[in-house]
Design a protein around this ligand. Structure first.
Ligand code: FAD
Length: 405
């Protein structure tokens, strides 16, 4: 799990390794799907940080793949999707110098009318483009149907004073219109980066794994608690290209976000689009199997809804409200459609995407799909490894047991 790496690399080693935000996500699957966290605008994808992998391929061979050995397979492992090319048994990842500080900005802005909310979205887009569209800032902002903008942003490489100064103009703009907006619990600050994943020093932000035998450093973020065991009603995602941030397009972007937010909460995962990242970071992402659209997108939008508590077999819980679930799923479709009007065919992140995505080959891998398919045929001609909407899965029935082509 990434928490094991963050403990070893950052808390103990004082370095940085590019992984995922949720500490309980596994390393092997995330690297093979791309892999982002809130610092990806500075360090790129986890896939781009892969230097070497040991993999058992369908023929039973143990291969050590890198830029020199089986470079085609090595490239496919960098974003071509987990469970498709073999069983990865070891990975070697690049580490980076750790920034001095990691920080955050938070708060809620409640607009008192639809008109005020539409204006707020427009103002936030302009503020983002002017001030936050750079390697320092990642996730999240949420636009909610109840006309609330929720700020949950993460920064790297800024002092506490710089972090606060970045946001003060936006907070001041909101406060200047008390008849239109209510600003709730705003704030911004930064901390020593080495303590970011140190659950002893930041115990108020983590839920510890208290099961017998769990390592002391195992924990997940309190902010991620809502995802634990969630039963999803629907889920969709798409990248938004940075061209939408151009001044003459900001209004149509704001209009689309407002229209989408009428149906469902819209979340911008800003670290999951690499426009605004340093040129070498974007170039490294283009050198992987991930859809190259990621390098030109300023954010991944995720629209999803579900319910808790978990719905595991044998786990006592109230019955699912199927009518509400279907309505949510439909609203998610409507919200995503509003954004696809301004960003058609802009791609989607394989690991956080719509299970029912019809254009998945193009959406997840873009121009890379044909090459990935030929690598799949070369290393797994019989189709031993099958994943729903994985490379080559169109040759198989939905359960992966009957060859169709
Ligand atoms: C709560 C939650 C939070 C998430 N947060 C993020 C995030 O912050 N950033 C992000 O980029 N993504 C995130 N994701 C998506 C995540 O990247 C994928 O779910 C990822 O595939 C998880 O990797 P895993 O190792 O846990 O694999 P699993 O979910 O167990 O498997 C995913 C796929 O990879 C395959 N796989 C796993 N291990 C191997 C291996 N050793 N060799 C070959 N194939 C393997 C599996 O067969 C499967 O097809 C999140 C997902 C969830 C559920």
């Amino acid at each position: 799990m990434w928490m094991d790496l963050y403990q070893a690399v950052t808390t103990e080693g004082g370095r940085y390794v590019q992984g995922g935000t949720c500490t309980t996500v596994g390393v092997a699957g995330l690297v093979q799907s791309g892999g982002f966290n809130s610092f990806s605008k500075r360090f790129g994808t986890a896939a781009a940080g892969l230097l070497e992998a040991e993999i058992v391929t369908a023929d039973g061979r143990v291969r050590v793949v890198n830029e020199c050995n089986d470079p085609d397979l090595f490239w496919a492992l960098k974003g071509g999707g987990g469970g498709t090319f073999g069983v990865v048994t070891r990975v070697t990842l690049r580490t980076h110098e750790l920034p001095n500080s990691f920080g955050a900005a938070w708060g809620q802005v409640k607009a008192r009318s639809n008109e005020a909310f539409a204006r707020l979205i427009g103002r936030f887009i302009a503020f983002y483009e002017q001030t936050l569209f750079n390697p320092h800032w990642g996730e999240h902002v949420h636009f909610r149907p109840d006309n609330t903008l929720e700020i949950d942003m993460i920064s790297q490489g800024l002092t506490p004073e710089q972090t606060l100064a970045t946001w003060q103009p936006f907070f001041d703009w909101v406060k200047a219109s008390p008849n239109d907006f209510d600003l709730v619990s705003p704030g911004a600050w930064a901390w020593e980066a080495r303590t970011w994943w140190d659950i002893d020093k930041r115990s108020s932000l983590f839920v510890r794994d208290t099961r017998a035998g769990a390592p002391r450093h195992h924990a997940w973020g309190k902010g991620d608690q809502g995802e634990v065991g969630i039963f999803l009603h629907g889920y969709d995602s798409l990248w938004l290209p940075a061209s939408l941030l151009q001044k003459d397009r900001q209004q149509s972007l704001a209009n689309a976000l407002f229209a989408a937010s009428r149906h469902q909460m819209v979340r911008l995962h800003i670290g999951k689009g690499l426009a605004g990242a340093p040129p070498e970071v974007r170039a490294a992402a283009r050198h992987t199997a991930t859809n190259p659209a990621v390098a030109d997108a300023f954010t991944l939008v995720i629209i999803a809804e579900g319910e808790r508590p978990p719905a595991y077999p044998g786990y006592a819980r109230p019955d699912l409200d199927l009518a509400a679930a279907r309505k949510n799923a439909h609203d998610i479709d409507l919200a995503a459609a509003e954004l696809r009007k301004i960003a058609p065919n802009s791609g989607s992140y394989v690991s956080e995407s719509n299970y029912f995505n019809r254009g998945w080959q193009q959406e997840y891998w873009g121009e890379h799909y044909a090459k990935l398919r030929s690598i799949k045929s070369k290393y797994d001609a019989e189709g031993l490894f099958f994943v729903h909407h994985g490379v080559g899965s169109e040759e198989w029935s939905a359960d992966g047991f009957t060859r169709l082509l």
